[in-house]
Design a protein around this ligand. Structure first.
Ligand code: ASP
Ligand code: MG
Length: 301
C-alpha cells in the first residue's frame, strides 16, 4: 500500500469517528459547547508520580497570564452551573510531555478529546453511556471506507466491558499494569479507583477510595478514557488542593465558583486520536495525525 493511501485510510476513519461521536452526543441530549483554549487556570494533571508533563503552557496577553488547556475539566464544572444540563466539547488540549513519551506510542503533545460532564450522574451512568457509545460505533464505524482502504476488518465492541479495581490489576500485572493488562484482554475494560487530581471525588464513606475510572483498550493499546465523579464540596476541594500543594491564586476564579456551589456531577474524556489509532491498529498514534505532534519530534509545520 502506498503511504498516501494508508494516510487517507486512517484520516477517513478519524473523520468518521468525529461524525459518529457528534451524532451520538447529540442523540443522547448533550449540548455541544465550543472549546476554550485559554484560561486563568486549567487541569493541573496531577500531582501524579507517573506524569511526564514538563509544564503547563502559558502565554501573556495584555499583562495577564493565561494557560493553554491541559483539559477543560474546570470549565466543565462551571458550565454545568450555568446550563444545568449535560455538556460535551470536542476539546483541543496541549500537554507538553517529555520527549521520552514518544516511545509509549500513545502520547501526543497536542490532541483532541471528547470531553463530557453530566449533572447529578454517578460513575455507573458514565460507564453505561460509554458502553452505548461503543455499541453505536459498531454500527457506524463498520461502514467507514477507511477500513477497506487499509485492508482491515473493523473491531467489534462487545459490551458490557469487564470492571476491575486498580488494586486487582496491580496484584495481577504489577505496578505498571496498564499495558500488560491491555495485552491480556481482547475487549476494553474498566479500571476503577485512581488516586489523582483534586477534582475527582474521594468516597466520603471510604477514605482512600476514589470514585473515578479509566477505560483501557485491549491488545496493548492502553488507556482510552479517564473520568470520575467530581468533588463539588468547597472545603473538600480546598483541602485536596492544599494537600496537592497547588498554587491557589491560579485557581481563585474557579474557587469563587466552587464557594457559591458546583452541581454534583460525573464525566470523562476520551482521546479521538487514541480511538482512531486503536480502530485502525496504528503502530504509533502519530499515524492518525496529518500534522504530527509527537513528544520528542520536531514540528515540521
Ligand atoms: N477529561 C478528563 C476528565 O473529564 C480529564 C482529563 O482530560 O484527563 O476527567
Ligand atoms: Mg484527569
Amino acid at each position: 500500500m502506498t503511504k498516501d493511501k494508508e494516510l487517507l485510510g486512517r484520516l477517513t476513519v478519524v473523520s468518521d469517528v468525529i461524525r459518529a461521536t457528534v451524532d451520538f452526543f447529540h442523540d443522547e441530549g448533550f449540548v455541544q459547547l465550543l472549546p476554550v483554549m485559554l484560561g486563568k487556570s486549567t487541569d493541573p494533571l496531577g500531582p501524579d508520580p507517573g506524569s511526564s508533563v514538563i509544564k503547563t503552557a502559558e502565554i501573556e496577553y495584555l499583562g495577564e497570564k493565561l494557560r493553554l488547556m491541559n483539559s477543560m475539566i474546570l470549565h466543565k464544572q462551571v458550565a454545568l452551573k450555568r446550563l444545568s444540563g449535560k455538556v460535551w466539547i470536542l476539546s483541543p488540549n496541549i500537554r507538553l510531555e517529555k520527549g521520552e513519551r514518544k516511545s509509549t506510542k500513545k502520547h501526543l503533545f497536542e490532541f483532541t478529546q471528547a470531553d463530557f460532564e453530566i449533572p447529578y450522574a454517578k460513575k455507573e451512568d458514565v460507564m453505561a453511556l460509554m458502553e452505548r457509545f461503543y455499541k453505536h460505533l459498531n454500527g457506524r464505524i463498520g461502514k467507514s471506507e477507511g477500513f477497506a482502504a487499509l485492508g482491515i476488518e473493523p473491531f467489534r465492541f462487545k459490551t458490557p466491558f469487564k470492571v476491575y479495581e486498580t488494586h486487582e490489576l496491580e496484584d495481577k500485572y504489577g505496578e505498571d499494569w496498564e499495558i500488560p493488562a491491555s495485552k491480556a484482554h481482547d475487549q476494553p475494560f474498566w479500571a476503577l479507583c485512581h488516586k489523582r487530581e483534586f477534582y475527582d471525588k474521594e468516597d466520603p464513606s471510604n477514605p482512600g477510595h476514589y470514585l473515578n475510572y479509566d477505560l483501557v483498550y485491549p491488545l496493548g493499546y492502553g488507556e482510552a478514557l479517564s473520568g470520575g465523579e467530581r468533588e463539588s464540596d468547597y472545603s473538600r476541594i480546598t483541602e485536596r488542593m492544599g494537600r496537592d500543594k497547588l498554587q491557589m491564586d491560579i485557581y481563585s476564579a474557579y474557587l469563587k465558583e466552587a464557594k457559591i456551589g458546583f452541581l454534583p456531577s460525573a464525566g470523562a474524556g476520551f482521546g479521538i486520536e487514541r480511538l482512531a489509532r486503536f480502530l485502525t491498529r496504528g503502530d504509533h498514534i502519530g499515524e492518525v495525525q496529518l500534522f504530527r505532534r509527537i513528544p520528542g519530534e520536531k514540528v515540521s509545520i
